[in-house]
Structure formats: structure tokens, C-alpha cells
Design a protein. Structure first.
Length: 235
């Protein structure tokens, strides 16, 4: 497994370029080759406006998005409760940062050929009910369009207050979304941290126009994103 990480600073932005060409694979291309070409195509410091892998083409939300981390991995797909390997996969993750807002986006996706025999054994995090409470997260809004065993399609926005190592209190806003058909998927996560007064409450903060507007915009963008992917893929 090859992993590239964020350099000491985002000065790489100054020399980065915008990745425009979509990444496509041959029908019989090996998983190792798919992983290697993903790592070659996405380079730390490059600016990104559209994430295009195969038929999936996602125009990123507004922002100055710069690649800060690239990783691929090769999980075995096994039968539930057993060790028999049903297929071999190739997955990838891409982390983006906006140096202006300090927001972070994480995309996870599958690079391997589709395997129609595969079905889900559990719900993906955006589709789960009540998860995250152990870490202080509260669900703000959730849309579960499909939680079938062969397709999951969900969006959730979450909020929490957290004190940083610097003693500053932060309002954290997290969006998670997934469009997934038999493990051919795209998963989106976005995190925003906003400094707030120490005596702030979630109820008060969520009533602020800029906070409520951001959460509504993220929910709408995520719903449109996964709807577009499903349409592109014919799901």
C-alpha cells in the first residue's frame, strides 16, 4: 500500500495545478494497476474542482480545494461470518482541504470492477440511526433514500461542540453522504470547525443564520451529488 501525506504547509498550493482529465480504467485492468494509476493521477498540492473517476463525475462544492492526502488499499471481500474470499477489491480515498476556510473533505470510492454477487451486511455510517452520540455528535438532519441490502443512499448532517487543545471552543459541523450499489460506491465527508464563545450552546448556535444556511446548503448539495452519481451509473 502506498500512502502520500500532507506536507508541512499548504504552500504547495502555489505550485499546484488543476486536475481536469477523468480517470478511466480498462475492462480487464488489474486492481493493482487501478490503484497505482489512482495514486499517479491525484497528487498532493493539486487543485481540484471536479472529481471524475469512470462514469462518476462530481463538481465539488464551492471552495478552493487542494489535494492533501491520497491513499489506496485492497480489502478482501468475504462472506458474512466466514473467511471465504468472494472477490478482491481496490478502494481509494482522497482528502481535500480549503486553505481559506480550513474545511476538509474526504472522498472514498471503489476502483475495482463491479461484482453483482455482493450485497451489504450492515448499514454505512450515513444511513445508521443514532451513531456518533458516543463522540458527542448530534444528528441535525438525515435523509435515507435507500437502505436495501443491495443499495444504500443516505445523507446526514451532524453537529457538536468541542474544546480544542488550545482551550478554544469549536462548533463542528459534519456532513456524510453515500451512494452505494453492491459495493460500487462514492462516500463523501466534510468537516467544518468554527471558533465560538465558551458559553455557547448548540441550540443557540444552530439558530444563527450563517450556521443554518451552511447546513441546509450542505444537505442540498449532498442529495444532488448522490442523485447525480446514481443517474450517471444507471442505478
Amino acid at each position: 500500500m502506498k500512502k502520500t501525506t500532507l506536507m508541512a504547509s499548504l504552500l504547495l498550493v502555489l505550485c499546484g495545478h488543476t486536475l481536469a482529465e477523468p480517470l478511466t480504467f480498462g475492462l480487464f485492468e488489474s486492481n493493482d494497476s487501478r490503484r497505482a494509476r489512482f495514486e499517479q493521477a491525484f497528487v498532493i498540492g493539486d487543485s481540484l474542482r471536479t472529481l471524475a473517476i469512470g462514469k462518476k463525475a462530481i463538481v465539488l462544492p464551492e471552495g478552493n480545494w487542494v489535494i492533501s492526502d491520497v491513499e489506496t488499499y485492497a480489502p478482501d471481500v468475504t462472506e458474512e461470518g466466514g473467511s471465504q474470499v468472494l472477490s478482491y477489491s481496490a478502494d481509494a480515498s482522497l482528502t481535500l482541504q480549503d486553505p481559506d476556510s480550513s474545511d476538509q473533505i474526504l472522498f472514498n470510492t471503489n476502483l475495482a470492477p463491479q461484482n453483482p454477487r455482493i450485497s451489504f451486511t450492515q448499514l454505512a455510517e450515513p444511513c445508521q440511526l443514532g451513531s456518533g452520540a458516543d463522540k458527542g455528535w448530534e444528528t441535525h438532519q438525515q435523509q435515507r433514500d435507500s437502505v436495501r441490502e443491495n443499495r444504500q443512499s443516505c445523507v446526514r448532517t451532524m453537529v457538536r461542540l468541542r474544546t480544542g487543545k488550545d482551550g478554544q471552543t469549536y462548533l463542528q459541523l459534519k456532513t456524510t453522504a453515500i451512494e452505494n450499489w453492491r459495493l460500487d460506491y462514492i462516500e463523501y465527508k466534510r468537516l467544518r470547525s468554527m471558533p465560538v464563545p465558551a458559553d455557547s450552546t448548540l441550540d443557540t448556535l444552530l439558530k444563527q443564520p450563517q450556521v443554518s444556511a451552511y447546513l441546509a446548503k450542505e444537505l442540498a448539495w449532498s442529495v444532488e451529488m448522490k442523485t447525480t452519481v446514481a443517474r450517471q451509473m444507471g442505478w
